[in-house]
Design a protein around this ligand. Structure first.
Ligand SMILES: C=C(O[C@@H]1C=C(C(=O)O)C=C[C@H]1O)C(=O)O
Length: 268
């Protein structure tokens, strides 16, 4: 039985089986947060800058809720953890708790793909997940759900961010397993070669198949036969989210992390 990732224990945190076990656990988190979000209509208004006036801010309503959440969470050490990355770097505030001392597991890097993740979430993931032809009520805006939608977005975005940035642990694990191979590719700045080297097609196919089953299962309450056959979440939207956004961004993070891996080492 693989164990959960212990970020205070480098050997556990870089065991690829443990990392993959954690990625599987994160599928449930991401899926349940998305199920919560798609209870509400898309409410595209909350993603448009200026559509909802916010004192002293030019952000969209959804971005403002996310940034304000990150301000509070940064004060209680969320971004001290090597598996958490902020969407708004300027939200990072002074700690109100004593700093934590994590052992150095990852190599120094500045890889953060949250801007791209947020763009894809708003422009691709949510429109697909909220579009439920069998439920026309979802097509209508519901102003009373603006706050609930934005709050659910924070949970979705933070779980998706954690999932894709786990690519750093995967990349470090693979680098330590095949150091010479990756050093050559990195020195040659061969991003395509690094992408090929970190890719495991079989694992990707297993991820997508498992997600389809989870979306079908978690989406239907066992107490009720779904009257219209539609579960709580659009199954294809979940699979497409991973196939077109989550897995590709995870791999970009693996590649870009590795491109920075030789800094300060004997191979530089
Ligand atoms: C995360 C890994 O690296 C890559 C990314 C994967 C993903 O994002 O699900 C799966 C397999 C690999 O292509 C891994 O090898 O487990």
């Amino acid at each position: 039985m693989d164990s959960a990732l212990d970020l205070s224990d480098p050997s556990s945190a870089l065991d690829l089986n443990n990392i993959r076990f954690q990625l599987i656990r994160l599928e449930d988190t991401v899926l349940f947060h998305l199920i919560e979000r798609v209870q509400f209509p898309l409410n595209s208004t909350i993603y448009k800058k200026g559509a909802i006036p916010i004192p002293h801010s030019k952000l969209s309503f959804s971005d403002w809720v996310l940034r304000e959440t990150e301000v509070v969470q940064s004060k209680i050490r969320r971004y001290q953890s090597p598996d958490e990355y902020p969407f708004f770097q300027d939200a990072i505030s002074e700690l109100i708790l004593p700093p934590l001392k994590y052992p150095k597991i990852l190599w120094d890097n500045d890889v953060n793909l949250n801007d791209e993740l947020r763009r894809r979430y708003v422009q691709e993931i949510l429109p697909a997940a909220c579009a439920e032809p069998s439920r026309p009520e979802r097509a209508q805006e519901a102003q009373e759900n603006y706050g609930s939608s934005a709050t659910a977005d924070v949970a979705c975005l933070q779980s998706l961010s954690r999932r894709i940035h786990f690519g750093k642990f995967v990349a470090e694990s693979k680098f330590q397993q095949e150091t010479e191979r990756f050093v050559k590719l990195i020195k040659a700045e061969d991003r395509a070669g690094i992408d090929e080297a970190i890719t495991n097609q079989k694992v990707e196919e297993q991820v997508l198949e498992r997600l389809r089953k989870k979306a079908l299962t978690y989406g239907v309450d066992p107490a009720f036969n779904s009257m219209d056959g539609a579960g709580k979440v659009n199954v294809q939207a979940v699979v497409d989210m991973y196939k077109n956004v989550v897995i590709p961004l995870t791999k970009v993070i693996e590649v870009e992390y590795l491109m920075q891996r030789l800094k300060g080492t004997k191979w530089e």
